[in-house]
Design a protein. Sequence first.
Length: 260
Amino acid sequence: MNANVITYDPQKTAPHETIANNRRVLLQCRPHGVPKREDFRIEVLPAPVPGQNEILLRTLYLSLDPYMRGRMSDEPSYAAPVPLGGVMEGGTVSRVERSNRDDFEAGDLVLGYGGWQDFSISNGVGLTRLDANIHKTSLALGVLGMPGFTAYMGLLDIGQPKKGETVVVAAATGAVGSVVGQIAKIRRCRAVGIAGGAEKCRFAVEELGFDECIDRHDRDLAKRLKLACPAGTAQRGFLILQSFICGLLDPNLGLRLKDP
Ligand SMILES: NC(=O)c1ccc[n+]([C@@H]2O[C@H](COP(=O)([O-])OP(=O)(O)OC[C@H]3O[C@@H](n4cnc5c(N)ncnc54)[C@H](OP(=O)(O)O)[C@@H]3O)[C@@H](O)[C@H]2O)c1
């Protein structure tokens, strides 16, 4: 067995056990197009030791999100890029392993940005303590976390759809889109999804409750979208935070696009 592989079960291992090596995924070079394995490097070091007023966190769950592609690039952006040789950024659910702070103790579960690594050090800033009794702590990175919050605010605060209106959601089975569609249904809207492939479209309708879902690879996407948003109903479409698909749409479609 490779001694560098940490084989604990994060749900069963108690704090203080098996603090071993720290696997860190570093950004080796800035990717062109789709990131490749060679753009990253895995480094294994001894787990860091928390200093005064610091805590040692063990990553239980790491969320992989689209914004990470932006962090790999040094193009102008609203957020600083990950420096070359730096640990990739990422939202994490972690468990406090050792604490030199009064406000956290070993065993606490927290939401933070520990990055692509097994262990991280925190001074407590930006951490959210999680209720250990929630059904699955990984939900804090999904529907109860940033993607769920984005869906909620994007649809209800910015989109403000009204009962009976049609809400069109791109990347409908993704972390954000799947929640947008379900909230739209709760608000008595018609939910039309756009997703890549038949299986995703089936999932959107049968599992998530979308009224209809269109494969974005369909050559007649614009026509199918128009059919899915029948005139006569209070038609108003939103493509929430998924602006990459706007270029595919027929400008005569009559959908009101919002890209906050
Ligand atoms: N502003 C914010 O605070 C905020 C927060 C969260 C997310 N977002 C944005 O919201 C969007 C969705 O995020 P997410 O976390 O739900 O992502 P996700 O779960 O990773 O879903 C991404 C999906 O986008 C679709 N996609 C990929 N390339 C595409 C292309 N070229 N054309 C059309 N669709 C493509 C794919 O689904 P299909 O193959 O099924 O189409 C992919 O599965 C992203 O743009 C993300 O950056 C913004």
